[in-house]
Ligand binder design. Structure first.
Ligand SMILES: NC(=O)c1ccc[n+]([C@@H]2O[C@H](COP(=O)([O-])OP(=O)(O)OC[C@H]3O[C@@H](n4cnc5c(N)ncnc54)[C@H](OP(=O)(O)O)[C@@H]3O)[C@@H](O)[C@H]2O)c1
Length: 332
């Protein structure tokens, strides 16, 4: 069952898989359930700009990367001051990872994005300015070590890690949105696969990179998370616990690294987002709409900017980013 539903299988390609759109040059088809068309921006033309972000409470917000769209460069005090920020995005071949890699590359960062297939990662990276693709299976310690080494030498260091690679409930129960399963029905190998990827994966990549960041005087780690309500939702074993674990891991990483120059923050979209994790035929519940991956652009670009140099141990919800930023600025 696991093998049949493996994300590398033919059902892996989702209509909103931008990696596929890049490779084929075609717009993915519009999802049946969408009442309004979702514009798919070809990544080669991608520029951070004011774009509407829908959130699942139906309110429309306008989020913008314009404020931070000046080239992302290493901060004052860094040995690399003035050079482009060097960012590693795990799971950058589709969904949120690709959106964040695209936004970062478009604002001047040098990006390495990873996926389980090196070929796929390279072909997706080829569509982003100055980006490179690296093979990395986050479940495999030696693959992680090789990939970090490769990314470090290709980029000339890593200033920021975005821990994003993950698999969702779709790999365990294809109908998880409409026919949730009790935890007792979850096969143990499916449980382990999600924990290995989503929790152990974040740990292995951060463990590999942190000593290098410490030795080079600092760095930033952003761990992608989910809503707290999803961590506890019926039918969400093992995805919910895997991300509850990675959120706890992130908080402990932040405590361990306080005062070292390596910062750790959590970032989440703030609702279900149209990526490879959602079944193709899923219908948004009445009165709700799914988010688009671009909701992550403004906060991730800001987290890589000079303004966010000392930001540490924060939990940023992308749909609430503007309000969060106003509150954060008023606390400074
Ligand atoms: N979609 C949502 O509603 C939502 C909401 C909140 C948070 N998130 C989080 O967002 C993150 C990204 O997910 P997504 O929604 O963007 O899904 P997605 O489109 O399926 O993307 C998942 C990414 O992870 C990579 N990946 C999966 N297993 C991997 C492994 N063993 N080693 C390395 N890379 C691996 C995939 O690359 P390859 O297939 O090329 O290997 C792909 O690039 C996840 O951490 C998820 O928990 C998602």
């Amino acid at each position: 069952m696991l093998r049949r539903m493996h994300p590398d299988g033919p059902e892996r390609r989702h209509p909103y898989d931008l990696g596929h759109a890049i490779r084929t040059g075609h717009k993915p088809p519009r999802l049946d359930f969408e009442r309004a068309p979702i514009p798919i921006v070809p990544v080669t033309d991608f520029r951070p700009r004011v774009r509407p972000a829908t959130e699942d409470h139906g309110r429309e917000r306008r989020l913008s990367t314009r404020r931070w769209a000046r080239p992302l460069t290493c901060q004052a005090g860094s040995q690399d001051r003035g050079n482009p920020m060097k960012v590693l995005v795990t799971g950058g071949t589709s969904g949120l990872g690709l959106a964040m890699a695209s936004a970062l590359a478009a604002t001047g960062a040098t990006v390495a994005l990873t996926g389980r297939s090196g070929e796929r990662a390279e072909s997706v990276a080829a569509g982003l300015p100055g980006a490179t693709g690296v093979e990395m299976d986050v479940r495999d310690e030696s693959s992680v070590a090789r990939a970090v080494d490769r990314a470090w030498s290709r980029l000339g260091g890593i200033d920021m890690l975005v821990n994003n690679a993950g698999i969702g409930m779709r790999t365990v129960n294809p109908r998880f949105m409409t026919q949730p399963q009790g935890f007792w029905e979850v096969p143990s190998d499916a449980f382990r696969a999600v924990i290995d990827t989503n929790l152990t994966g974040y740990f292995l990549v951060a463990r590999e990179i942190t000593p290098r960041m410490l030795a080079s005087g600092g760095g930033r780690i952003v761990n992608i998370s989910i809503n707290h309500s999803t961590m506890r939702r019926a039918g969400f074993v093992p995805y919910g616990p895997s991300r509850a674990g990675s959120e706890a891991l992130s908080r402990i990483m932040a405590a361990d690294l306080r005062g070292t120059g390596v910062t750790v923050n959590l970032l989440l979209p703030g609702g279900a987002t149209v990526t490879g994790m959602l079944p193709q035929d899923v219908v948004a519940p009445e009165g709700h709409r799914f988010l688009r991956p671009a909701v992550m652009d403004p906060p991730i670009v800001w987290l890589a900017s000079d303004d966010a140099a000392g930001v540490h141990d924060e939990r940023i919800v992308a749909t609430e980013f503007e309000q969060w930023l106003r509150d954060w600025e008023s606390r400074q």
